[in-house]
Design a protein around this ligand. Structure first.
Ligand SMILES: NC(=O)c1ccc[n+]([C@@H]2O[C@H](COP(=O)([O-])OP(=O)(O)OC[C@H]3O[C@@H](n4cnc5c(N)ncnc54)[C@H](OP(=O)(O)O)[C@@H]3O)[C@@H](O)[C@H]2O)c1
Length: 344
């Protein structure tokens, strides 16, 4: 018996597993906020294609999309497939841009297959890089690190760059980019194992455990010349602690506030005076606003990852049904590196 042809695959694929938003969380997300269903996969119409998703990305921003309120992007509707980035393979195509076998990245959601018009898809450029990396280091998180550090912080050689959630998808790239710019890179992460990894594997100059009672003193010791650039991923007390050590004319790229995403009572920042006294420039940013930089940063990151100059680590959950649990775990810091779900 030979390899299955396209027709065999079309017949075989009828069931699509999907994770729907069942209810909106109040405070912490629970698995009850999701519903897993099997639906029938419809045939593609003219201009459409079917993608078999191989990996699903789990990202902190998805917590915001579960809410109803005003944000920078529209939330998911109740009963709809959860929003999310995927990387997968085209298994059937009635679209001239894509052929069967193409590997594609796009926002196809928490499901094993998707019928799509392909407008939001891009092709995987360099097949020598593992497919899942297109959801992390050479995907949206990598482009986020690039945008916040290179374009907003604009660090100069010899300056000190600090990044929180330093072992994670975005933070791990920020510190390595800072080193490539000739800076002192200092990470902040939760626990010894993550801090050891950040220094020993990723090559940061230092990493400080924010869960330690000596966090402020440890950070102060790690930045003997103060902080010139701060890449903020977490917010809360970590941000206030860093603000105490900012240098005059330092820059803060406000990327994320994960410590606040499940809170019904937003954290009140205390050290605002440091921004005034030190004439600090702080800019919030959303990577999707800067698609022009996305292309540039991504091309450079692909080159550096392929050359082994930038390293990354992943937490891989197995199977779509594990996605809700893995997502909640990531929001609590149980991931170690980029959180993805392997779908087959
Ligand atoms: N602005 C944008 O366009 C953009 C794009 C992508 C990501 N982001 C933001 O960037 C941040 C990092 O995202 P990521 O994808 O790289 O996730 P990640 O770092 O891979 O995973 C999240 C990490 O956040 C840390 N964390 C969770 N709760 C915390 C708390 N209360 N205090 C301190 N740290 C906590 C945990 O690390 P520890 O174990 O070290 O605590 C956890 O592993 C998030 O805030 C996300 O929303 C923004």
């Amino acid at each position: 018996m030979g390899a299955p042809n396209i027709y065999d695959r079309m017949i075989a694929v009828t069931a699509n597993t999907q994770v729907l938003l069942a209810s909106r969380p109040t405070g912490w997300v629970t698995e009850d906020n999701f519903r897993i269903v099997e639906t029938e996969l419809r045939s593609p119409e003219g201009g459409e294609l079917i993608v078999k998703n191989r990996f699903l990305s789990l990202d902190p921003y998805m917590r915001g999309r579960m809410n109803d309120g005003k944000s920078y992007a529209k939330g998911a509707e109740l009963g709809e497939v959860m929003i999310g980035g995927t990387v997968g393979e085209v298994i059937e195509s009635r679209n001239g841009r894509f052929k069967v076998g193409d590997l594609v990245v796009g926002p196809l959601g928490w499901q094993t297959y998707a019928v799509t018009d392909g407008l939001m898809l891009s092709k995987v450029e360099n097949a020598s890089i593992p497919l899942s990396a297109y959801l992390g280091v050479v995907g949206m998180p990598g482009a986020t690190a690039w945008t916040g550090l290179i374009e907003i912080c604009q660090p100069r050689a010899g300056e000190t760059v600090v990044v929180s959630a330093a072992s994670g998808a975005v933070g791990s790239i920020v510190g390595q980019l800072a080193k490539l710019q000739g800076c002192r890179a200092v990470g902040i992460a939760g626990g010894k194992a993550k801090c050891d990894y950040v220094v020993q594997e990723l090559g940061f100059d230092a990493c400080v455990d924010y869960k330690s009672s000596s966090f402020y003193d440890d950070l102060k010791a790690a930045v003997p010349r103060g902080i010139d650039c701060y890449f903020e991923n977490v917010g809360g007390p970590v941000m206030d602690t860093v603000f105490r050590l900012l240098n005059p004319f330092s820059r803060v790229a406000l990327c994320g506030l994960i410590s606040d995403y499940n809170s019904t009572d937003p954290y009140g920042v205390k050290m605002i005076r440091s921004l005034l006294f030190n004439r600090v420039k702080l800019q919030g940013f959303i990577v999707s606003d800067r698609m022009d930089l996305y292309a540039k940063g991504r091309a450079q990151l692909i080159e550096w990852v392929a050359a082994g100059k930038i390293k990354y680590r992943e937490s891989v959950a197995q199977g779509l049904r594990s996605a809700p649990k893995a997502f909640i775990g990531m929001l609590k810091g149980e991931n170690f590196g980029k959180q993805v779900v392997k779908l087959d």
